[in-house]
Design a protein around this ligand. Structure first.
Ligand code: A3P
Length: 289
């Protein structure tokens, strides 16, 4: 098995190298024209990144591929010994910058709030998110082995996974969404009506693209296209990090795959815990299309 340790910052588990680098991360200097893509892991980060890039490059696939090679949205909390950190990458990047994080609101470097940056948050329903995270931990050698599905079920609902509890993450971002420049999107909405959601992102980014370009972005950011695209399917990442023979990075890309994993008893237990943990919030998820 993998001998991997997650470590806590303010009760939130993070990768050890991130915690080692914590003061650099907290002191990160955001700029007023930064756009930060925020997600809980496995909520459609790669998908929204591709949508944002395609919008930025006016639907030009080749420019988009080149942009990915040059700077794929530095991941603020990324740190690995002897590698360029996410903060270092962001620091040398020309503005306007598009950055990425999985951090919950309370752990975000304060300069993002101070500079009133734009935040693009994508949320995915907890059940599909759990399923996706389980398979991701099976194949991602940089995260702990998830154990059996039954074991992982407990780990996830107790928030004992990297980047902490799904419930707290989603609630945290949802509660502040009207106080900052936050575009709050749902994975399930993008799946159901990609053009409509892509249009929202476009407006949020201050861009104005025509129908033809929008239709092209819809096509190019479909699951099928992104699964084939070596720039988005992570096929360039070595097997020692992402072992896609265990589970592909572009796994299923659907809403409702949880039905293939949850037993009836697990589902009832999950719903009960969900009600408790999400009590008092107005956020509403769609669990099937
Ligand atoms: P599944 O494991 O359910 O297939 P992240 O990028 O945040 O790690 O999220 C990964 C999840 O988003 C995976 O979910 C992946 O298949 C899905 N995904 C990636 N691109 C997608 C797309 N274009 N359309 C739908 N789902 C997509």
């Amino acid at each position: 098995g993998r001998q991997l340790q997650l470590r806590e910052v303010e009760g939130i588990l993070l990768q050890a190298a991130t915690v080692d680098n914590w003061s650099e991360i907290q002191n990160f200097e955001a700029k007023p024209d930064d756009l930060l893509i925020c997600t809980y892991p496995k909520s459609g980060t790669t998908w929204i990144q591709e949508i944002v890039d395609m919008i930025e490059q006016n639907g030009d696939v080749e420019k988009c591929q080149r942009a990915i090679i040059q700077h794929r949205h530095p991941f603020i909390e990324w740190a690995q010994p002897s590698q360029t950190s996410g903060v270092e990458k962001a620091n040398i990047m020309p503005s306007p910058r598009i950055l990425r994080t999985h951090l919950p609101t309370q752990l975000l470097p304060p300069s993002f709030w101070e500079n009133n940056c734009k935040f693009l948050y994508v949320a995915r329903n907890a059940k599909d998110c759990m399923v996706s995270y389980y398979h991701f931990q099976r194949m991602n050698q940089m995260l702990p082995d998830p154990g059996t599905w039954e074991e992982y079920f407990e780990t996830f609902i107790n928030g004992k996974v990297a980047w902490g509890s799904w419930y707290d993450h989603v609630k945290g971002w949802w509660e502040i969404k009207d106080r900052y420049q936050i575009l709050f999107l749902f994975y399930e909405d993008i799946k159901r009506d990609p053009k409509h959601e892509i249009q929202k992102v476009m407006q949020f980014m201050g861009k104005n693209l025509g129908e033809t370009v929008l239709d092209k972005i819809v096509q190019e950011t479909s699951f099928e296209k992104m699964k084939e695209n070596p720039m988005t399917n992570r096929s360039t990442v070595p097997k020692s990090i992402l072992d896609q023979s265990i589970s592909p990075f572009m796994r299923k890309g659907t809403v409702g795959d949880w039905k293939n994993h949850f037993t009836v008893a697990q589902n009832e237990r999950f719903d009960e815990i969900y009600r408790q943990k999400m009590e008092g919030t107005s956020i509403n998820f769609c669990m099937e299309l």
